[in-house]
Write a protein that binds this ligand. Structure first.
Ligand code: SAM
Length: 239
């Protein structure tokens, strides 16, 4: 018996790891997130118990994993992206550890790099950005983000879960000193067939992204301009 905390990748079902897919195909119980591709849920054995996480508070989910572990099942807890990047995988691992249950973390392809890549944006680029800062836009609700520090940090800024807070995030960064013309992009449903992205300058990004849907990632920094350069080159090669 083991509880595997498995990263499902950012959306495209082909982006789970080979190890993760093997575990899904042989599990007895699959507990899965709403962001996980349906195709991956369907890979679990027909007789496996499949439990959507939707509607469960984190402490209820932790208790469920402990309960399933204690009953001796091979459990796959399938999570969007990577379990340890804004995935609360650490909390689930701690709950299992405290209950003295064996578990293993199987990393996944995080939206952090895969989603910008799906829009042609590298998150680092020699001579342009050698540093990446990840933040959760949820923090914007409680004014927990240190905008002065973020505005003064060089490199690429990536904001998870920031779509609803986009106008506030952009305005606060600019008010804290980030140049209003800093290149910015929002990528919605990256790596999915219906993924969309918009790019422009920081001062206009909230307006440009107003019609995009969740999940979405905000990328701020000169790498966005590299993405535009790559797109233009690709277009020139194709035509
Ligand atoms: C709770 S976090 C989970 C992150 C995940 N653990 C990872 O490593 O990618 C969910 C947020 O990740 C971002 N995200 C995940 N998948 C995405 C996708 N396919 N396109 C755009 N953003 C995505 C969004 O900001 C979303 O609100």
């Amino acid at each position: 018996m083991t509880v595997f905390l498995v990263g499902a990748g950012p959306g495209d079902p082909g982006l789970i790891t080979a190890k993760g897919l093997d575990l899904v195909r042989t599990c007895e119980v699959l507990v899965y997130d709403v962001l996980v591709a349906r195709e991956l849920v369907d890979e679990a054995p027909d007789d496996a118990l499949k439990i959507p996480r939707e509607g469960m508070a984190q402490h209820e989910l932790n208790d469920l994993l402990v309960d399933l572990g204690r009953q001796g099942f091979d459990v796959v807890r399938l999570k969007g992206g990577d379990p340890f990047v804004f995935g609360r995988g650490g909390e689930e691992a701690l709950a299992l550890l405290e209950a003295d249950l064996p578990f293993e973390v199987v990393p996944g392809v995080s939206a952090m790099s895969a989603v910008p890549a799906s829009a042609g944006i590298p998150i680092t680029h020699r001579g342009v950005s050698a540093q990446v800062t990840l933040v959760s836009g949820h923090s914007a609700n409680g004014d927990e983000l240190d905008y002065a520090q973020l505005a003064g940090t060089p490199g690429t800024l990536i904001v998870f879960m920031g779509l609803a807070q986009l106008p506030k995030l952009a305005a606060s960064l600019i008010a804290a000193g980030k140049p209003a013309d800093t290149p910015a992009a929002v990528v919605s449903r990256g790596t999915h067939a219906d993924g969309e992205s918009v790019s422009g300058e920081l001062h206009e990004i909230a307006e440009l992204a107003a019609d995009l849907s969740s999940p979405a990632l905000l990328v701020v920094g000169d790498v966005v301009a590299v993405g535009a350069q790559l797109a233009a080159l690709r277009h020139a090669v194709a035509s």
